[in-house]
Ligand binder design. Structure first.
Ligand SMILES: O=C(O)CCC(=O)C(=O)O
Length: 327
């Protein structure tokens, strides 16, 4: 166990047992079943249904709605709602006020910073796969505390494309997510996967209200949803307050950098292990799906996306500005 992990464990937890915290440090992931109160699930499902309805008038993916091929107004098929808190206060209330921010504090320490969110739908009968990847090289930070907390709104079984993780891979190598032509593809190469023990992957199923937690280095992905039930998974990303991003957030939000538990950091913590840099997405980003599937994004689409991103205010500074002024 690292010194930082020991320090985190020495602080009292709000929700998790010491055993669960140790399991996360050892394996890089955790599932906590049925932890989200029904009231929150109802609120999240209600607002999500509104967005599915809104997507009916959408014909191309943009920086809000990422559409699966085959999406129509009669039969909406969303891959992702990007940055949900940017589009509805209910999602931000969930990210900030619910127990998921407490879960983050149990695992990164009492001072917790928000980074971004996304809602991956994995629609019934064909919802797209997510290829095996590390998150952190999409949004590098000065240390590897960032983690993603996924909330299952519905029961998720093995045929619905549950989130899959490779236990312990957060301690291993960070593999390149560029192809041999130097293009960012946002997933590991087949040659690298062939050298990993992919048979050890665990698929995180659970009843509605369960959460999945995975560290930003852990190799993870999910299969096509072949079942007749969707798999909406709301993913919220937090870090320790002393982890500072040094690239543009692909899912830009005014809430980036907000301290959701505890206090801001005066000092940034730097992990000596290097991190691969992503392309510069400050002008526009669609989603991991369109990158991994190597989909064409036309110029008109890109113009819309750039305009949408430019309209979002930047997040708060990631340092303790008030404390500096007070000195
Ligand atoms: O939705 C999933 O199954 C995986 C999502 C994921 O890894 C991502 O969006 O980065």
């Amino acid at each position: 166990m690292t010194e930082i992990e020991k320090q985190i464990l020495a602080q009292p937890a709000t929700i998790l047992s010491q055993e669960q915290r140790e399991f996360y440090f050892e394996n890089g992931y955790l599932v906590v079943e049925k932890i989200v109160p029904q009231e929150w699930l109802d609120r999240m499902s209600a607002v999500t249904n509104e967005f599915v309805d809104r997507s009916r008038s959408q014909h191309k993916s943009d920086s809000v709605f990422d559409l699966e091929p085959g999406h129509t107004s009669e039969n909406p098929r969303l891959r992702r709602l990007s940055s949900p808190p940017e589009h509805h206060p209910e999602y931000w209330a969930y990210a900030k006020e619910s127990i998921i921010a407490d879960l983050a504090a149990d695992l990164v320490g009492p001072d917790v910073k928000y980074h971004h969110s996304k809602l991956n739908f994995k629609w019934a009968e064909g919802g797209e796969e997510v290829k095996w990847h590390h998150d952190i090289s999409f949004w590098p930070h000065t240390n590897y505390s960032p983690l993603t907390i996924g909330t299952y709104f519905c029961d998720v079984g093995p045929d619905q494309g549950p989130l899959g993780v490779v236990p312990g891979s957060h301690k291993g190598e960070l593999y390149s997510q560029y192809n041999d032509k130097g293009q960012w593809v946002g997933c590991l190469a087949d040659e690298d996967l062939a050298n990993l023990d992919m048979a050890a992957a665990k698929f995180l199923t659970g009843p509605a209200g369960s959460v999945t937690i995975h560290n930003c280095r852990v190799i993870h992905g999910s299969a096509v949803n072949h079942s007749d039930a969707g798999r909406p998974l709301l993913l919220n990303v937090y870090s320790a307050a002393d982890a500072c991003p040094y690239t543009a957030n692909p899912l830009k939000t005014r809430f980036e950098g907000e301290i959701v538990r505890g206090k801001a950091a005066r000092w940034a913590r730097h992990d000596p292990r290097p991190c691969e840099m992503p392309p510069d997405w400050s002008d526009g980003y669609v989603s991991i799906y369109s990158l991994q599937q190597e989909e064409e994004v036309d110029d008109d689409q890109m113009k819309v996306i750039s305009k949408q991103m430019a309209a979002i205010p930047s997040g708060t500074p990631p340092h303790d500005a008030d404390a500096v002024v007070a000195e």
